[in-house]
Design a protein around this ligand. Structure first.
Ligand code: NAD
Length: 362
């Protein structure tokens, strides 16, 4: 049996609990993994003087594969997002988020099966910004006036939305290749090209061009982002693979998680040519952190994606079957799922849920 080296970044808040649960389930599945536990997040600012220590990035460069818990990012002030920095540092340009109904999990629908492919490297989400009143903001405001690009109030803070041909082409191609590999039938590109002609307009133009290369093999469809949100809520079954620029993909991920029972269930992967970092969609959930209430399903399903990536497809399938069995049986559901499904009974702790999952492994 092959031995794998994987970097484990527990992160902040409930990340510590969900990472321990994930590790317990992966180890119980019999896969041989040597974990290189590495720090990141708000908690490690005190110990390491930075939320993303060099040693953590170096660990991922060595192992090439990581699984991470969420990290808290201060709102408005403080350090920039560790996630954005990690994705940039390792060129993890594609974010893949499968969204599937899980019977017994209290989703709004029982037949959702779609995949969100989110561009991970640019757009407003890259955090290229000028503080209000700064020299940079002043020069940019002047330039907009000079170029006739439009007027910006002088007391504005400015975040830059840039979308390139390079990044759009590789993310749309990634979506089509993913669809081909998995036998999926359609890729939808979501955009606001009607309003932002030079950023989303470029994304759409590139998407249409790339789609032509796949004609006859994978269908192509396009949707304006606001309508896409309504369509997702009213009939998610019309979607298969949806490719988004960065920010819309971030928002649509939480919306889609809400369709199938909530953030506790939504797994994900950030991938590039060389490295892959697997992580749940949810954040550090400070409201329930340290209380053994977190639902570890999202991180455990992220681990199943990681096991597929490592070629351990049998263990990944066994973990997915065990997750389905625990939800179908319904005796060990965490509080978030009890609320979403309106099911009676005391909520299971994160530990109880995890042990039920281990017991259900075939
Ligand atoms: P959140 O996802 O942490 O929480 C939103 C709500 O969902 C909360 O009520 C929380 O209790 C619940 N929830 C989330 N995951 C859950 C789980 N596994 N089980 C049960 N309930 C769960 O979003 P937030 O409160 O907006 O963000 C908190 C922090 O997390 C912020 O600092 C934010 O920047 C960070 N964040 C990090 C990541 C990441 O590292 N990938 C992603 C999103 C948010």
């Amino acid at each position: 049996m092959a031995q794998h080296k994987v970097t484990l970044i527990p992160g902040d808040g409930i990340g510590v609990e969900t990472s321990a649960a994930m590790r317990r389930v992966v180890e119980a599945s019999g896969v041989d993994i040597v974990w290189d536990v590495a720090p990141a997040g708000a908690a490690c600012v005190e110990t390491h003087g930075t939320p993303l220590p060099r040693e953590t990035i170096e660990s991922v460069r060595r192992t090439k594969v990581a699984i991470k818990g969420p990290v808290a990012t201060p709102v408005g002030t403080g350090f920039r997002s560790v996630n954005v920095a990690l994705r940039k540092e390792l060129d993890l340009y594609a974010c893949l988020r499968p969204v599937r109904s899980l019977p017994g999990a209290g989703g709004r629908y029982d037949d959702v099966d779609l995949v969100i492919v989110r561009e991970n490297s640019e757009d407003l989400y890259a955090g290229v910004e000028f503080e209000e009143g700064s020299e940079g903001a002043r020069r940019l405001i002047e330039l907009c006036e000079e170029e006739g690009a439009g007027s910006i109030r002088p007391d504005s803070g400015i975040s830059i939305k840039s979308i390139s041909v390079t990044a759009s082409e590789r993310i749309v191609r990634h979506a089509f290749e993913y669809a081909l590999e998995r036998g999926r039938k359609k890729v939808t590109a979501a955009h606001k090209a009607n309003i932002m002609k030079h950023s989303d307009g470029l994304f759409l133009r590139v998407a249409r061009d790339v789609a032509k290369e796949y004609e006859g093999r994978v269908a192509f469809d396009e949707r304006i982002m606001d309508a896409c949100c309504m369509n997702l809520v009213m009939d998610p079954t019309q979607f298969d693979v949806i490719v988004f620029p960065n920010l819309y993909g971030d928002l649509a991920s939480d919306l889609a998680a809400g369709l199938v029972g909530g953030l506790g269930l939504a797994p994900g992967a950030n991938v590039g040519e060389e490295y892959a970092v697997f992580e749940a969609v949810h954040g550090s959930a400070p409201d329930i952190a340290g209380q053994n209430k977190a639902n570890p399903t999202a991180q455990i399903m992220s681990a199943a994606m990681m096991l597929d990536h490592l070629g351990e497809t049998d263990a990944a399938a066994r973990i997915r079957r065990a997750v389905c069995a625990v939800y179908a049986e319904g005796a060990h559901l965490t509080g978030d799922i009890r609320r979403a499904s309106g099911s009676a009974g005391a909520p299971a702790t994160c530990t109880e849920f995890t042990e039920a999952l281990v017991a259900a492994l075939d």
